[in-house]
Design a protein around this ligand. Structure first.
Ligand code: WT7
Length: 665
């Protein structure tokens, strides 16, 4: 029986999953040695429970405030929160300058490694110079506080310099993952009305130099808001050049002054917008602000990963294009003066031991990655990590999707020499930072469980009616108290913010945030995340909505109708399976058309959204009111016995669909 992480009209969890989880009896307590030296102790929970706002005020003291706040939280205009009201700070100053001023200028901030094997070592003093030059360059382009800047770059140091230069100047960045298509970039630039796009001539991917700027050229063709495109030379690819608009990074940035004095901004100044898929319509621009966001990023990074800035080497394997990269490659680690590793490429270039070679070379002590990556390493074989010295590792983290107990155990055993704590961290683009996770020196963990809320955070699992379920019960995950890193809204769409997150449940005590995830408490009260309960898929830890892929398919001239489901996948968590009905007169020419459609989706959204399987079908299963029954399609996609078909308008449809499936695509 597959462990289903997928959504279901039938509720957030299947009976089989519940039973499975209730049987998990293995627990791993922190070693005495680890607990003794750990940043976090039980006292942190006690402190937060005694006075939540005072607790967060203490956490905000991790940062340098130019002006102290007068009020910790203003929730009077809920669900619009203000944290650290009246406080002023500069986010980049907190991530760089204050460390240099405290005498840590020579400490390495980033050990960067390119896919072809080139390296750069960037100290905090280097970072201060590079970010100052970048900030001065942005000023010279006429950008002003509050302007939006789109960043479409591979995993190169300039991505970090660009983000921090924006933060330094009070510009709001919108990082767009380098794997997204020109079309996806265009909608994001347009929605945020970006004035500048920062990109590169290309990106290294699996040993090839792929183009990148050409996507920008397409995306900005009709974008009135974009005045300039700043281009980093990375791969040496030939690029088209528009002399009125395009500027080379090495010509503009490298000639700037290395000095720039940061000014302080309001705690609620917009820091970034990051787009994420919802159940309907265009991706939502999730808005994050400065003081509360940085407080939560720094606090969680310090405690969940037990970061010791003088001795640890920290590596988060995500891409800066996702929120994990924002909070745990850039803002959290740099605010905490971490020494980090940053890697440009894919894990199997030029060989499947590349990651472990990096861990060995830099003596990485803290590693943070996604279950899909862990499962890929499992597939490649135990003997690969076994060839390297991984003894420097002391904390392992997981994020992005539910981690199955088997992958959790493998991670601890084969990467963590059966001794390191594993922290499974639940959070979202919207939450800004980690919300549910063990603390490595405190919590006895169970493989596959994110365990409990962090100190200062409140979550509940509720039933359909919003009533909290008891231990052993399952339902919907909600957050019933505001938190400092919470999104402040959806860019340009107040109503959508209320509707998406705050309208499903409510309580006398105040608004309730609906996360979109199913969850359950086991018999000890530990939290198990069960995947999305809406039509959002989770493919390799990336959020993709079924509607988005359906729209892409229907935009192809051969497709009349499409239904997309996420089906359990042993490596990627979920795989995208599409059922399409062709337009009248279109012959199903089989493989060629299917390939065309897969490429079409890739072009419309990006390669991460390419369906694993496309099945051409004569009909789709619909209820009498015309709603597509995805549940049945998921049954088909996962090779399961069909569930209840009695509400189908035409019950013979499923026979037609199933019989057409003999031919694999
Ligand atoms: C969705 C958020 C947070 C950074 C990466 C994804 C799923 C995330 C876990 C976890 C189970 C998880 C949820 C959530 N998710 N972490 N540890 N266990 N599920 O950010 O793209 O905003 O996606 O990812 O379904 O809602 P995102």
């Amino acid at each position: 029986m597959t462990q289903q992480s997928g959504a279901a009209e039938s509720g957030p969890s299947s009976a089989a999953t519940l039973d499975n989880l209730l049987e998990e009896s293995r627990t791993f307590s922190p070693s005495e040695e680890f607990a003794r030296a750990a940043n976090a102790t039980q006292a942190l929970y006690d402190e937060a429970a005694a006075d939540r706002e005072a607790f967060w005020a203490n956490q905000a003291d991790r940062l340098h405030w130019e002006t102290r706040w007068s009020q910790v939280l203003d929730w009077s205009d809920a669900p619009f929160a203000k944290w650290f009201v009246g406080g002023r700070l500069n986010v980049a100053y907190n991530c760089i300058d204050r460390h240099v001023e405290a005498g840590h200028g020579e400490q390495v901030a980033i050990h960067w490694e390119g896919e072809p094997g080139d390296t750069r070592t960037i100290t905090y003093a280097d970072l201060q110079r590079e970010v100052s030059k970048t900030a001065n360059a942005l000023i010279s382009l006429g950008l002003q506080t509050g302007d939006r800047v789109a960043i479409y770059l591979p995993m190169i140091p300039e991505a970090v310099f660009s983000m921090l230069a924006c933060a330094r100047l009070g510009l709001t960045h919108s990082v767009v993952f380098g794997g997204f298509s020109a079309e996806a970039l265009r909608t994001r630039i347009d929605d945020a009305q970006a004035a500048l796009v920062i990109t590169s001539d290309g990106q290294n991917r699996r040993g090839k130099a792929l183009g990148l700027k050409e996507n920008v050229d397409i995306a900005v063709r009709d974008a009135d808001s974009v005045r300039n495109v700043l281009v980093v030379r990375r791969t040496g690819n030939d690029v088209e050049w528009n002399a009125d608009r395009d500027v080379w990074w090495h010509e503009l940035v490298d000639t700037q002054s290395e000095e720039h004095t940061p000014e302080a901004f309001d705690a609620e100044h917009p820091l970034f917008i990051l787009y994420t898929s919802g159940t309907t319509g265009n991706p939502k621009g999730i808005l994050h602000t400065s003081g509360g966001y940085l407080t939560q990023a720094a606090y969680t990074h310090h405690n969940v990963f037990d970061l010791k800035p003088d001795t640890d080497v920290y590596w988060c394997g995500a891409d800066v294009g996702w929120v994990t990269g924002h909070s745990y490659i850039v803002y959290g680690p740099l605010a905490n003066r971490a020494t980090s590793v940053m890697y440009e490429g894919t894990p199997n270039t030029p060989h499947e031991g590349r990651w472990w070679e990096i861990v060995q070379r830099y003596r990485v002590s803290i590693l943070y990655t996604a279950p899909t990556t862990i499962r890929t390493f499992m597939k490649w074989g135990n003997e690969i990590p076994a060839r390297y010295d991984l003894s420097s590792l002391r904390v392992l983290g997981s994020v992005g999707e539910p981690i199955n107990p088997e992958a959790w155990m493998w991670y601890r055993e084969h990467i963590g020499s059966s001794t390191t704590p594993v922290v499974d961290t639940w959070w979202q683009t919207e939450t800004g930072g980690i919300m549910i996770s063990p603390l490595p020196g405190v919590t006895a963990t169970k493989p596959g469980s994110a365990m409990g809320t962090l100190p200062g955070i409140s979550a509940k699992i509720v039933d359909e009616n919003g009533a909290e379920v008891g231990w052993g019960g399952g339902g919907y995950l909600v957050l019933d108290q505001p938190w400092p890193g919470m999104l402040r809204g959806i860019w340009g769409d107040e109503q959508r913010y209320r509707d998406t997150y705050w309208s499903r449940f409510s309580s006398e005590a105040g608004p309730i945030y609906f996360a979109g995830d199913g969850a359950k408490y086991d018999s000890d009260g530990a939290i198990w995340l069960l995947g999305r309960v809406d039509d959002v898929m989770n493919v390799s830890g990336h959020r993709i909505s079924t509607t988005e892929v359906e729209s892409a398919l229907v935009s192809h001239p051969s497709v009349a109708e499409a239904a997309v489901v996420g089906a359990a996948d042993p490596t990627t968590g979920q795989g995208i399976v599409a059922f399409v009905i062709l337009r009248g007169g279109e012959a199903d020419d089989g493989d060629a058309l299917v390939k065309q459609l897969r490429d079409h989706v890739s072009k419309e959204i990006g390669p991460i959204a390419k369906p694993r399987q496309i099945l051409v079908v004569p009909e789709l299963p619909k209820t009498r009111s015309g709603k597509i029954m995805r549940r049945l399609l998921r049954d088909v996609a996962e090779n399961r016995e069909l569930g209840d078909v009695t509400t189908l308008q035409d019950s013979s449809v499923m026979k037609l669909i199933s019989s057409g499936l003999a031919k694999p695509t």
